[in-house]
Design a protein around this ligand. Structure first.
Ligand SMILES: [Zn+2]
Length: 125
């Protein structure tokens, strides 16, 4: 039986045992990688990544909501689909959030959107 000279040895990062295969026979670490839950990129990292993805998702949803809101109000009843999605979204959003959005919209968004529309009007005229 020929001896496999190209067999890859892995040095375990946790206990420095040389081994072959997927798991360290001494401490059970996978491929010599330190798999500690409390380590770097462990529980806290995963939690932060989860919270970060939630924030990104919330930002994407609010942008989609604002775009729908403005496209629905800009074209009246012409965009029936946008209005329908918006109405169903309003039921899912708490009233306090909608009130907050309405005040933000009155204070900042309307001015910004007007400026953006004006910018494109100048650009394409
Ligand atoms: Zn080990």
């Amino acid at each position: 039986m020929p001896r496999n000279v190209r067999k890859a040895y892995i040095v375990c990062r946790r206990c420095n045992t040389r081994f072959t295969g997927g798991y360290c026979p001494y401490c059970g670490a996978e491929n010599g990688a330190a798999r500690s839950v409390l380590g770097r990129g462990g529980l806290i990292g995963g939690l932060l990544r989860f919270l970060f993805s939630l924030v990104i998702l919330a930002i994407i949803l609010s942008i989609a909501f604002i775009v729908l809101d403005y496209s629905a109000s800009a074209s009246g009843d012409a965009h029936g689909a946008a209005r329908a999605i918006l109405d169903s979204a309003r039921y899912a959003i708490p009233a306090s959030v909608l009130d907050f959005y309405a005040s933000i919209k009155a204070q900042f968004l309307d001015r910004w959107i007007t400026q953006i529309i004006e910018f494109f009007r100048v650009l394409f005229s």
